[in-house]
Design a protein around this ligand. Sequence first.
Ligand SMILES: [Zn+2]
Length: 503
Amino acid sequence: MSPHRSILTVHTSLLFDPIQKAFLENVSVEVNTLTGAIVRLHHRNTPDLTAPLSNRDIDLRGKVVFPGFVDSHTHIFLHSDSDRYHSVQMRDESAVERIVRATNHARAGLMAGYTTYRDLGTEALGNADANFRDCVNRGLTPGPRLFVATEALASSGGYEIRTESKLARGGPLGLSLPRAADLVDGVWAVRGGVRRRVGEGADVVKFYADYRRRVMRFPPDVQGPGGTVLFPPDRRERNPAMVLFSQEEMDAIVVEAKLADIPVAAHAAETSTALMAARAGVTTVEHVFADRDGCMEAMMGEMVSKGTIWVPTLATAEEGFDEEKYSKCKAAVKTAFEKGVRVAAGGDTGVFNHGLNCREMEIMIEAGVPVEDVLVAATHTGWHACGGDASGFRFGWWDEGNRADIVALDTDPRKDAKAFRKVNFVMKDARVWKRDGQPVDMVPANAWPEEAAQSSDEESTRCKQQPAKIANHVALSIRGSGNPTPAASDVGWETDSFDVKLA
Ligand SMILES: [Zn+2]
């Protein structure tokens, strides 16, 4: 095929550039559907186009265009806590249900303009996130580009599904529950944990620097009369976040991860543990909702000097906290931006539903952060949170060779607080998944091989007798309206087809 048949040109009139932190006018972006990459960008002198549009042109003039958004903290296997609390999801939902839900979550995230997910732990589903990532990468189901943590690391008793029925665990009297984390204690054990994660296919190592691990001191209600602990202390006193690892252990996690060139994410609810994680040299600190020990300023100073990225997950704070605590979280994030802390946008999506990912950006703007800074947090800094070049890809800004991930909104987020909810167009890896506000090619469509579709009665008989040849990637039929690629055989992922015998 001639090379130009694989080139699509996306014409824009208003495009956000995260590197210049500015909106640019009249830019056209050429992308290659064979490589999934950006070929080049060129500035036009006017909003007009010199040639009539062909089916190789995509006209996004009048829309507001961004590189695909990165959600830097997601859980593909979780749905909203308000539907069903996450530990109950882990305990009671079948693996099949959770995977089917994840398939829907991935579609929802992509339709919301999120072309990359940094997915921080399966929550008691082992390494299934790595398998799910591979399914997306193999073209079996639509979804964001996934960078996964597999199982998070925690110390003994640190992060698990709690139950009082733990007596004689492994024997006849206790409940058998899936583990919620890879539990490691001591410097060499944590290094072993990192090595296991790397071996299991993780893209990022996640560890719990602290957690509310004293819940069984005053355990939650059990069903039926007499199931409530009478007169427990105040909720915050009852079960505050407590540090899980020593400084030595956190240091060792980072040292080991560096040997494998893999980024590290630390869950830290408290500023004091976030400070320890930043000192250890983690790539990102997740959450930071409380400042019990007055370490906020020291934490931000350490983050600035180390280049640590903070993923404050404000959307989850909004879900879970009272107004006073939530307001403090927002104010801290505004301060962090002002002090030059690198901040990435990640909602802990899954704790609230996938598809609503943009709430994190909306809250940052509500907190007083300039729209342009928020957009950088949701694009270029997201790429850094995924490990930057160590991720194996470039995305989140415009450059030749970067992944061709393009999102268009109907309105301008500088003028419309709900702009991020109005996603008109989504392209990932040069493939269109949403156009004119409608999903494209979302439903797997099996197609008969050409000779069978056009067969005479005689050929039909032959087809019954002989195994038919079916394209491998039937799930990603390119015959939908959004992708004007001329022939299936021109598309990269269609090339490695194999023979399937029909039963
Ligand atoms: Zn999380």
